[in-house]
Write a protein that binds this ligand. Structure first.
Ligand code: PLP
Length: 378
């Protein structure tokens, strides 16, 4: 079997060796509880503090505004429930048609509980309809929640502009930045957001660790009550994972996006090679305003799920959309929102990471051309 070629880094990323190395002692030797007052607890607490500082630096935040959670989904749900519970008289929320399931499912819950939710649409390139967003604001709006970068298309949304619109009307603004972290610069103060989520496993830290940035903790209502995280998220800290995430953040801070520039060059090279080798393709999304690693590509007449399976038989891993969608094989609601012609052009999502090489991409393009030809001949 040929070497594995993993091209699904928006689903998850490999844990960096350096990240793994700093985590290891916290399972075996340094297993103290950071809340304990004796030394083996205090030492761990110090490392958790360092991790918090590194994460804060990555987001341009104050360390005191960083809350560690179990994942990006928990961060999103916590932020939304905090915003609506803090403003119980207002019953209208604005989001978009292209958010992650953790946002969408929370919206469904709110709808069942008396809230009206506006799902702002997108155009054929997946760009937000900003007029619709502005016009849907009412006296009753208590929250706007918009993702920074889309997981399927890579589209980057105008968070600055939306935060101005929200704050002019005194509306809470949450941002799901899970797909933006590590790929594009995030500065919560420049962006002027009220809260923002990220997830460890998208930035070469482990699965099961997330971060919620909260601007104003004075009014914060936790989802998980308890004393940890300054009374904002109960549960003994997941110390090894927090420390691993801190290392991943430190690496991003030190690298200052130079790796992402390489990833972008490789993604662009890959798209050019695909164009040269395969006829009749379509690349979805806002091509000039995407995260550097993502490519949503369709090959006329080829069904994405068949292509994905055929590629897997060559040890090549891509997806047909978000990881959650592809497991249950639903048509992509993101592409449906773009009114994509999915009968003729159903895309695979290729998302590169810092470990992909030019050799892998050359090999991938060969395998892909053969696979597309095979399926077109069927
Ligand atoms: N938000 C977006 C845009 C995502 O792509 C994901 C994961 O795929 C999440 C949130 C959820 O993150 P986690 O898997 O850490 O819960």
């Amino acid at each position: 079997m040929a070497n594995k070629i993993y091209l699904d880094n928006n689903a998850t990323t490999k844990v960096d060796e350096e990240v793994f190395k700093v985590m290891e002692p916290y399972f075996k030797e340094e297993y103290g509880n950071p809340s304990s007052s004796y030394s083996i607890g205090r030492n761990v607490k110090e490392e958790v503090t360092k991790a918090r500082n590194n994460v804060a630096k990555m987001l341009g935040a104050d360390p005191k505004d960083i809350i560690f959670t179990s994942c990006g989904s928990e961060s999103n749900v916590t932020a939304i429930m905090n915003a609506v519970r803090n403003n119980p008289d207002k019953k209208h929320v604005i989001t978009t048609k292209v958010e992650h399931a953790s946002i969408m499912e929370t919206m469904r819950y709110l709808e069942k509980n008396g809230y009206k939710v506006t799902y702002v649409g997108v155009d054929s390139l997946g760009r937000l309809n900003m007029d619709e967003l502005k016009n849907s604001i009412t006296e009753d709006t208590c929250l706007i929640t918009v993702m920074y970068a889309n997981n399927e298309l890579g589209n980057v949304y105008p968070i600055n502009e939306i935060s101005k619109i929200a704050h002019e009307k005194n509306i809470y603004f949450h941002v799901d930045a899970v797909q933006a972290a590590g790929k594009i610069k995030i500065d919560v103060k420049d962006l002027d957001v009220d809260s923002l989520s990220i997830s460890g496993h998208k930035i070469n830290a482990p699965k099961g660790i997330g971060v919620l940035y909260i601007k104003d903790s004075s009014k914060f209502i936790p989802l998980v009550f308890g004393h940890q995280e300054d009374n904002r998220r109960g549960g003994t800290e997941n110390t090894a994972y927090i420390i691993g995430l801190g290392k991943a953040a430190e690496m991003i801070n030190d690298d200052n996006f130079s790796k992402e520039k390489e990833v972008e060059a490789l993604r662009n090279y890959m798209e050019e090679e695909i164009k040269k080798n395969i006829e009749d393709i379509r690349i979805y999304g806002d091509l000039d305003n995407r995260t550097p690693n993502t490519s949503s590509i369709a090959f006329k007449g080829v069904k994405a799920d068949e292509l994905m399976l055929l590629l897997e038989s060559f040890n090549v891993f891509v997806s047909t959309g978000s990881a959650c969608n592809s497991v249950i094989s639903l048509p992509s609601y993101v592409l449906a929102a773009c009114k994509a012609d999915l009968n003729n052009y159903s895309p695979i999502r290729i998302s590169l990471g810092k470990y992909n090489t030019k050799e892998e991409i050359d090999e991938f393009v060969k395998i892909l051309s053969n696979a597309v030809n095979t399926l077109r001949r069927k």
